[in-house]
Design a protein around this ligand. Sequence first.
Ligand SMILES: CC(C)(COP(=O)(O)OP(=O)(O)OC[C@H]1O[C@@H](n2cnc3c(N)ncnc32)[C@H](O)[C@@H]1OP(=O)(O)O)[C@@H](O)C(=O)NCCC(=O)NCCS
Length: 220
Amino acid sequence: MPYYVRLMHREDVTLITEIDHEAFPTMWPPANYERELQTWLAHYIVAYEESKTAGEPAVTVTPGKSLPSLVSRVGQFFNHNRIPSIEEPSPTDRQYIVGFAGFWMMADEAHITNIAVRQSYRRQGIGELLLISMISLAMELNAHILTLEVRASNIAAQGLYYKYGFAQVGVRQGYYTDDKEDALVLSTEDITSVAFQKHLNQLKKTHSRRWGVALYHIAR
Ligand SMILES: CC(C)(COP(=O)(O)OP(=O)(O)OC[C@H]1O[C@@H](n2cnc3c(N)ncnc32)[C@H](O)[C@@H]1OP(=O)(O)O)[C@@H](O)C(=O)NCCC(=O)NCCS
């Protein structure tokens, strides 16, 4: 899988807003990611592929932001003994953002605010890659549970969350402002528990094999 994960930068906001609008066309105005990035509670990541094709929209990583000395490895639960089979892209490569996700840290709870993958890139394991990365980042930040709201009709997203051990803990009636649809409130168990970690490691192994991910980490 030629996809990588790093923290979201200010330079990404235009593309992220585009992906947000594609994923949530009825939500207006779109989330203000410029402001989100300034919120100290908020933690956002992007998934990207190397983009060398002329004419494709792409962003260039700001020199210095992704220098190896600043690269932090997060959540290498089981891959730490493996030699990556995929070369990491050089920081100067152009990057095409294919999805993003984020959460707010409140006490020991990481509340997922969003996750979205470009339509033409869906069903390739990128949503899972983003969720695995968010769980890793949340653990780094000492979270114990992840929570979120999801539309009652959003079967794709619910499938992703249920696969990773989220369970429904409530319903918010008429939560969505555009059409008053209900939101299901989902939550994990303690993500540091042995049971959750075992399940997560199994899912990562399967994801790794299926999509050819050699290493899970989040570049800064
Ligand atoms: C939800 C979303 C992020 C999933 O991204 P993705 O890259 O397509 O997901 P993956 O390929 O990693 O799929 C992982 C799992 O999600 C579930 N899933 C994904 N798409 C699905 C679909 N169309 N129908 C049913 N289950 C689906 C499956 O359980 C899948 O596992 P499987 O491949 O073993 O069946 C993507 O559909 C999206 O961007 N939707 C629009 C934005 C959105 O609704 N976000 C959620 C806000 S709460």
